[in-house]
Design a protein around this ligand. Structure first.
Ligand SMILES: [Zn+2]
Length: 384
């Protein structure tokens, strides 16, 4: 058998996935990319229109015709504006999801109506959340004109770490039985010895997500094997465990949530500095700052832009983290074919080789072809 170059070996792995499925995934990702761009353009357009027409200012004048009612004005303008945004974006998102679903599943996909119901399903709770949360937020801004970004940002960082990273680090869970001896478990034990992962037991849970969970922090880790992985070949279990151990040893989950918290703080600072000039530039001359109910669309534009920017930055960061975790798996588990096999088995039906734009928007891991190539390059570099 002639030796394949890494690129050809990766391509050979890829070709084990049916061509029709790869083509459908590519079409779906392409369609989602354009839908995503158009969807955000619509959001920005609605914000601009509402600001330019002064609709929220007029609503506020009606509410406060007899006497100042800042809390009520704040709540009702936030509710009305959120409802309008969602009413425009909901059908748009539903059309996108429906088109992608029919590309992937043909006639077996859900109907447009079902997608519309699910897109609008969360809308009511979002409107209520806006009505409840925007007034106190605008109150804090009114009371603490200079320091509020830190008053909001610092707790946001703590909250991100407390909700995202802490459960991972504490690695608590129900008492579980020890995983029964089999090749998957034995391969895992050898890998734990090799990497020095601080754990002395492998547990079994029928509910373990992804088939294998490795969590922990503060000098101890917890390994939970699920049914899917327990029945998988030893090489695949070791390869995916190596990836998760990479995340553990590099402290990746902490960095990701810290990153999200810091981006929230950055968004608050952008709001503080940006709402007034943006609102005025777009034709709302009376807006003084982020505490003004009629400045809400300008605040929404800045929050949306910050979310977009944060999503792109965080996506790039997480993709880099996952390249490093794959490298850790290859160096320690030394199972390039196991890694290729498990990546293929767990393929999420995103395009295997997307456009750079689609990758920036949607991918938390490098596209499949690049992960396969990384594994095959590692394999080719080994002495034999
Ligand atoms: Zn990962």
């Amino acid at each position: 058998v002639p030796d394949l170059t890494p690129a050809a070996a990766a391509q050979a792995w890829l070709e084990r996935l049916p061509l029709a499925q790869r083509a459908a995934a590519a079409a779906c990702t392409e369609s989602r990319t354009w839908g995503w761009c158009l969807g955000w353009a619509v959001v920005f357009g609605v914000c601009w229109l509402v600001l330019k027409q002064g609709w929220l200012a007029r609503l506020r004048e009606r509410i406060e015709r007899d006497s100042p009612r800042p809390w009520l004005a704040s709540s009702l303008t936030a509710g009305a504006f959120t409802a309008l945004l969602l009413a425009v974006k909901g059908p748009f998102d539903a059309a996108n999801a429906w088109r992608c679903d029919s590309l992937l599943h043909g006639a077996g996909g859900a109907s447009f109506g079902a997608h519309l119901i699910s897109a609008l399903g969360g809308a009511a709770s979002l409107v209520i959340a806006a009505m409840l949360l925007v007034p106190p937020a605008q109150w804090v801004v009114r009371r603490r004109l200079r320091s509020w970004p830190f008053l909001v940002g610092a707790p946001a960082i703590c909250l991100c770490l407390a909700l995202g990273w802490l459960p991972y680090a504490l690695a608590t869970g129900p008492g579980l039985p020890v995983a029964p001896a089999n090749p998957a478990r034995d391969g895992l034990i050898a890998l734990i010895r090799e990497t020095g992962l601080p754990t002395d037991q492998i547990y079994f849970s029928p509910a373990a997500k992804e088939g294998l969970d490795i969590t922990g922090g503060f000098g101890r880790a917890r390994v939970v094997l699920g049914p899917a992985m327990q029945a998988a070949p030893k090489s695949e279990v070791r390869a995916i465990a190596g990836h998760l151990m990479g995340h553990y040893f590099h402290g990746d989950i902490f960095s990701i949530y810290l990153h999200v918290g810091l981006l929230t703080l950055a968004a608050c600072l952008a709001l503080q500095w940006g709402v007034r000039p943006l609102a005025r530039a777009l034709g709302a001359s009376k807006v003084e700052g982020p505490a003004d109910p009629e400045g809400l669309p300008a605040a929404a534009i800045i929050v949306a832009a910050a979310l977009l920017f944060a999503g792109l930055v965080n996506g790039a960061f997480i993709r880099w983290i996952n390249v490093r975790a794959d490298a850790f798996s290859l160096d320690h588990a030394r199972e390039p074919d196991g890694l290729a096999a498990v990546l293929e088995r767990e393929w999420d039906h995103q395009a295997v080789a997307p456009s750079p734009l689609a990758e920036m928007i949607f991918y938390t891991h490098p596209p499949l072809i690049r992960r396969l190539t990384q594994a095959m390059e590692w394999k080719a570099a080994q002495p034999r």
